[in-house]
Write a protein that binds this ligand. Structure first.
Ligand code: ATP
Length: 420
């Protein structure tokens, strides 16, 4: 392609040299700093997706994590009611503001835009998907550790568009025992695989009822087959929530934050361990970069094996601007010689894919700071580094003598091969 800039993620051309899928991710509002995005999905409405979304946000907030809910259930928004929120949306030139619950959970929902809560929302799919994107782009979310997206029910076009537009780090599937669980789970798992998003687990809501008189579990909708299904699709069944009239009662009163549902805790613990696929390095965003940066280079891409690279691309960056760039030969010696080559060009920083401990120590002994986990085009890698849009890892990573290393996500990986 004559005008190729090697940034496949932002290119829509149907090209044989494509190295990564086109990215449709939308930028959040400039006043948002959102660390992790978790999508809550279900096969159909009414199974308790909004309840699980709200309980998770409330519980993560109680544990000290700044939590938010983007209510993507545009035509049936029920989240504000559960939190007792009646606020209407307001904003300024930079965008709208989310409402804040009594414990500090931020949320935004179509209800905040309607004159009357009972006004019907009769929009078609593309308008609904556009609305969710606007909640992401135009709401000033501020600092958020965990954003929970109450997804539109189903696995059709609208949730798919949302998954393409928002940097979702994982999906939680909510089912109820009477749903066609197997088919639903299969569809969601297939959708998640298409989008390369991990399925964090399945929650079975209304799983059983505990009788006040005999204190026994009653499986009103019959025995659950979720364990078999979870095993078949290689997903964890992370929680079973009881059917409990006090839940519905507290939700109706807008007091969901007062509910104590111990069965939700395994999900809370699991969420604490979720790795962000799209983390933004906020510390380094503020940093002004004045560095000479080398990247192992092969036909525009970050060459994944430092010790065997034939070329480096060297960028001189002054006040975050690239003032000079060139491709140099690496010679034919091992990694100790490569360090000397880099020093000849006054390199201060090395961005690469994987690197063994020996090479890393040799570079660092020479005063070169090494960051691993980069893949894709060099142009994108340097742009992401300067913008701070990468989770920087300085760990030594793979032993490339033992296996090939493929980074096929369109994000910078943490450099930890056990994740792949
Ligand atoms: N485990 C439960 N025990 C008692 N009531 C529940 C339980 N789960 C959900 N409910 C109630 O069932 C109703 C539907 O739940 P919810 O709104 O969370 O479902 P949903 O899947 O988000 O549906 P929709 O997509 O239509 O919004 C709510 O009134 C909620 O309070």
């Amino acid at each position: 392609m004559s005008n190729c800039n090697n940034d496949c993620g932002s290119c829509s051309e149907n090209c044989n040299d494509r190295t990564q899928p086109q990215s449709f991710l939308e930028e959040p509002n400039k006043n948002s700093n959102i660390k992790k995005v978790i999508g809550i999905v279900s096969g159909k409405g009414g199974v308790g997706k909004s309840l699980v979304t709200s309980l998770l946000a409330a519980n993560m907030q109680k544990q000290g994590y700044l939590s938010a809910i983007l209510d993507g259930d545009i035509t049936g928004p029920s989240i504000p009611k559960a939190f007792g929120i009646k606020d209407k949306a307001y904003g300024n030139d930079s965008g709208m503001f989310p409402a804040t619950s009594s414990t500090g959970v931020k949320l935004f929902s179509t209800n905040m835009l309607l004159q009357n809560e009972s006004d019907p929302v009769v929009w078609r799919g593309p308008v609904i998907a556009g609305m969710i994107k606007q909640f992401w782009q135009e709401v000033q979310w501020g600092d958020v550790d965990y954003m929970f997206v109450d997804m539109p029910p189903g696995t059709g076009d609208v949730p798919l568009t949302v998954f393409q537009s928002l940097p979702v780090d994982g999906i939680i599937i909510v089912t109820s025992p009477q749903e066609l669980v197997s088919m639903i789970v299969e569809k969601v798992v297939n959708m998640a695989n298409m989008m390369q998003i991990p399925v964090l687990g399945i929650v079975e809501n209304m799983s059983y009822f505990i009788c006040d008189s005999c204190n026994k579990e009653h499986h009103i909708f019959g025995d659950s087959h979720l364990d078999e299904i979870a095993e078949r699709f290689n997903v964890d069944c992370i929680a079973r929530l009881p059917m409990d009239p006090s839940i519905a009662h507290q939700v109706d009163k807008g007091l969901i934050e007062d509910l104590d549902i111990p069965q939700i805790q395994p999900i809370v613990e699991m969420l604490k361990k979720v790795e962000s696929l799209h983390a933004t390095n906020t510390e380094d965003t503020a940093k002004t970069i004045n560095e000479v940066i080398a990247i192992p280079y092969d036909k525009g891409q970050v060459f994944q094996h430092f010790g065997k690279t034939k070329e480096f691309k060297i960028y001189t960056v002054v006040d975050n601007e690239i003032t000079n760039q060139r491709i140099i030969s690496a010679g034919s010696a091992g990694h100790h010689e490569l360090v000397h080559v880099l020093l000849e060009y006054d390199v201060t920083t090395l961005l690469c894919g994987g690197m063994g401990n020996g090479a890393k120590d040799a570079n660092e002994a020479a005063g070169i700071t090494v960051y691993t986990g980069f893949s894709g085009s060099c142009e994108q890698a340097i742009a992401n580094y300067i913008a701070g849009n990468v989770q920087l890892s300085s760990n030594a990573t793979c032993n490339h003598h033992d296996h090939d290393h493929h980074h096929d996500h369109d994000h910078q990986c943490s450099g930890n091969c056990s994740n792949h």
